[in-house]
Design a protein. Structure first.
Length: 380
């Protein structure tokens, strides 16, 4: 089965199924709503590797006994324009929603607010969290660090994160300025895609652990985790291609872990392999996230919000009007995903190699089937 094969599904059923399964695992309705909403948000944007398949990350950590599905993230210290949230070993989906809501609330009066988080697990796509600020006419940026997935520039051992990063500012009639990237060349989903589709990586990013040679062939290093379709491990080191990406990666580590009072740097984090062994009952580990942050800026405190939106529209319009090179088009980052969100379609695409493991492995563990969930959804 090719990783590029997709199936068209009703987004409301997908979100219902995710919520139902996470609640069957022991989550509260509030927690399950956060997980389902973020995963659904990624599909509405068309970010398929941040959709249903990313559920596998919290499932593996739950199976390993590390994720406390009943925990409620707690504010452990705060001031007028800042706070620190202890995730209590809950998911990042829960912790980041608490952090985002608190930062937005504080920024209403302070103008700028930052909330640090830690002691939580994966939170999926960060687009869903910063978009909450956008809906309040505010700017936000957010990220967390991860288990070590990339080597330092020039190195051959994984010590760095492959962190998600999202930032968005208010916009008017044009799509907003929206940055959504990762600060390393690849993570587990890219390994799975390359192997399942039998194609090279998009660059020579795999560093052989013995010779230090680089290659675009992921097959010798890929380690599929039984029962999952997106979450794979790998034995190679991850090449960071340019000093610029390296610098941004380390800047993000400063933000998520070093200045974060409860942060843990990526160099002290467990590996994917550690979590797989924990799921087999061999050990108990720390969290899969060392630290996170949500920075919110309320431009209305500093001047008219209408002027902010007008400047954004003018800027984006001029960027899009730039004369393209032959055979190229001028694209604005985040535009496709934003336009997809505005369409608010009931139908989304889901990768087939993510769909099967979710229902056949994860849902089945709780006595649930796709057929049963569809029947429940039809009468809900």
């Amino acid at each position: 089965m090719s990783v590029t094969e997709t199936r068209t599904e009703n987004i409301h059923f997908l979100e219902y199924a995710v919520k139902r399964v996470w609640m069957a695992a022991g989550a509260s309705e509030v927690h399950a709503d956060h997980v389902a909403n973020a995963i659904g948000f990624a599909h509405r944007q068309g970010k398929l590797n941040q959709g249903l398949g990313v559920y596998e990350c919290i499932d593996l950590c739950l199976e390993g006994g590390g994720l406390d599905i009943k925990a409620i993230p707690e504010v452990i210290s705060e001031g007028p324009a800042w706070a620190v949230v202890d995730g209590k070993r809950s998911s990042g989906y829960y912790a980041l929603n608490v952090m985002a809501d608190l930062a937005i609330k504080k920024a209403r009066t302070s103008g700028i607010a930052i909330v640090y988080g830690g002691n939580h697990f994966d939170g999926g796509s960060f687009s869903a969290y910063v978009y909450k600020a956008f809906q309040e006419n505010m700017m936000a940026m957010a990220s967390n660090n991860t288990v070590p997935l990339a080597a330092p520039f020039g190195g051959m051992e994984n010590q760095l994160s492959c962190p998600p990063f999202d930032a968005i500012a208010p916009g008017g009639e044009q799509p907003p300025v929206w940055t959504s990237i990762k600060f390393a060349e690849f993570y587990d989903a890219d390994i799975a895609e390359a192997v399942l589709q039998d194609k090279p990586m998009k660059g020579e990013w795999c560093i052989d652990p013995k010779s230090g040679e680089v290659t675009d062939d992921a097959r010798p290093y890929a380690k599929q985790i039984d029962g999952y379709g997106r979450l794979w491990d790998y034995t190679c080191a991850g090449q960071i291609e340019t000093p610029r990406t390296y610098a941004m990666n380390m800047w993000n580590e400063m933000m998520t872990a070093i200045i974060n009072p409860i942060g843990i740097p990526s160099t002290q984090m467990p590996t994917i392999d550690d979590f797989e062994h924990a799921a087999e009952g061999e050990s108990e580990l720390g969290t899969s996230v060392g630290g996170s942050y949500f920075l919110c800026i309320n431009p209305a405190v500093f001047g008219p919000i209408a002027a902010v939106k007008a400047r954004s529209d003018e800027y984006v319009s001029q960027i899009k009007a730039c004369k393209p090179r032959p055979g190229q088009s001028v694209r604005v980052p985040g535009e496709a995903g934003y336009n997809s969100l505005q369409q608010d379609s009931d139908e989304v695409e889901v990768l087939t190699n993510h769909w099967g493991p979710f229902f056949d492995n994860i849902a089945h563990r709780y006595g649930l089937s796709e057929q049963q969930l569809r029947a429940e959804f039809a009468v809900a």
